[in-house]
Design a protein around this ligand. Structure first.
Ligand SMILES: [Zn+2]
Length: 402
């Protein structure tokens, strides 16, 4: 991205790709990009491609019709992992899984450890030289790199995954050679990546517990026989679920930062446009991907740029108090409500290339940060508890005095 003298952003790529971007070459923010691409008409291709390609190419993220909040939530999670993940709740066929899988074209780069234990230069910066393994400590002292930049990956946790797949287990190949070694589990493969769990409400209970522990601590330990190893697991958790198929346990519900209720498209024109794009993609996936290529690249650059700005985005005290006013008015107990609200607002401000959060940022992100956080059970429990407290206070007053 370049910033020109009017403060607008424009794509750096000047490739010869025919595109609507040539007619409208500037975009001021990610949300504007979403709106503009969502609203543009689409010319279906006339010729079909040989079948078999559609499975390897993801549907372009920006070609998804409507679903603005879902797109925004996923992009904010890419900009700022501290929003604490995204949960997409809605019936089948509303594009939840397609949206998540199509994120692969937008994924930013992160420093990735070159070491088996996942040591990173920032571990030394935060925790001193003892925070990395002896090998990396030596490398660090010699000024050798501990990491290289690599795109974030999308790791999917299949519904039928068992605990061994998720946390790791004894490596059978090593056992064949009379050696004992642990195989990395999915949670470690998801380190510094996105971890996507479709139908998260149907996941096995022990898998959910392992997932939540790892997500909370950013690491986990596996013990198998005489072997034990600790692994990093600092991932952005993305879940989707159809509420018709079963509830989500409250402790996993609280774990997700942003929550989007995904409805089917309502307007007839939108449904028709969605049909046209899906049909065109089925006929000629490469053509549809090419048609959105420049916008996709632009969005990816925007996300990367926003990630770089993010550490310098501040939350002014008066804006923070507005946010606290919201959580207090809504009687939200979990501190994660504020954390997500503020971190999402910082990500949104960064996407807009600003260095401070505005009240309008809270306005955009508050619904996705704060909805579905109240528990009827807890409310009743507190009311019941309050009655007991009152009774206790009355008894003390009567028997012992003021
Ligand atoms: Zn190391």
């Amino acid at each position: 991205m370049n910033e020109n003298d009017t403060g607008e952003l424009k794509p750096t790529s000047q490739s010869g790709q025919a595109s609507h971007l040539e007619q409208a070459p500037t975009v001021r923010s990610l949300s504007e990009l979403i709106d503009r691409v969502t609203g543009r008409g689409f010319q279906p291709p006339q010729t079909a491609e040989p079948a078999g390609l559609a499975e390897t190419l993801p549907f372009p993220f920006l070609a998804l019709v409507g679903q603005r909040e879902m797109k925004l939530a996923l992009m904010l999670a890419l900009i700022n992992p501290a929003v604490g993940g995204v949960l997409l709740i809605g019936p089948r066929g509303t594009g939840k899984t397609t949206a998540v899988r199509s994120l692969v074209d937008l994924l930013p780069s992160v420093p990735r450890s070159l070491c088996y234990y996942g040591c990173l230069p920032e571990d030394v910066e935060h925790g001193g030289i003892d925070a990395v393994c002896p090998d990396c400590a030596r490398k660090y002292a010699l000024g050798e790199p501990l990491a290289k930049n690599d795109p974030v990956r999308l790791v999917e946790l299949p519904l039928n995954a068992c605990l061994d797949d998720v946390i790791g287990s004894l490596d059978e190949r090593a056992v064949l050679h009379d050696r004992m070694r642990l195989r990395r589990g999915l949670l470690n493969q998801a380190d510094r990546n996105l971890l996507y769990v479709d139908e998260v409400n149907l996941l096995d209970e022990e898998v959910v517990d392992a997932l939540l522990d790892a997500a909370a601590q950013g690491s986990y330990t596996v013990r198998r026989g005489p072997l034990a190893a600790s692994y990093w697991s600092r991932f952005v958790l993305i879940g989707s679920m159809n509420p018709e198929e079963g509830h989500l346990r409250p402790q996993i519900m609280d774990r997700f930062g942003l929550r989007v209720v995904v409805h089917g498209l309502e307007a007839a024109e939108e449904r028709l446009e969605a049909y046209r794009r899906v049909q065109a993609f089925g006929m000629s996936p490469r053509r549809v991907v090419a048609d959105y290529f420049l916008e996709t690249q632009l969005a990816r650059d925007e996300i990367q740029a926003a990630r770089e700005i993010l550490p310098n985005v501040s939350l002014p005290e008066d804006v923070a108090h507005l946010g606290l006013g919201l959580t207090s008015r809504l009687k939200l107990d979990s501190l994660r409500a504020e954390i997500t609200l503020f971190e999402a607002a910082r990500a949104y401000a960064a996407a807009d290339a600003r260095d401070a959060v505005h009240p309008s940022d809270l306005q955009v992100v508050a619904p996705m940060a704060l909805r579905l956080r109240r528990s009827e059970y807890i409310k009743e429990y507190f009311n019941h508890q309050q009655a007991e407290e009152n009774e206790l206070a009355a008894a003390l007053q009567e028997i012992i005095g003021p």
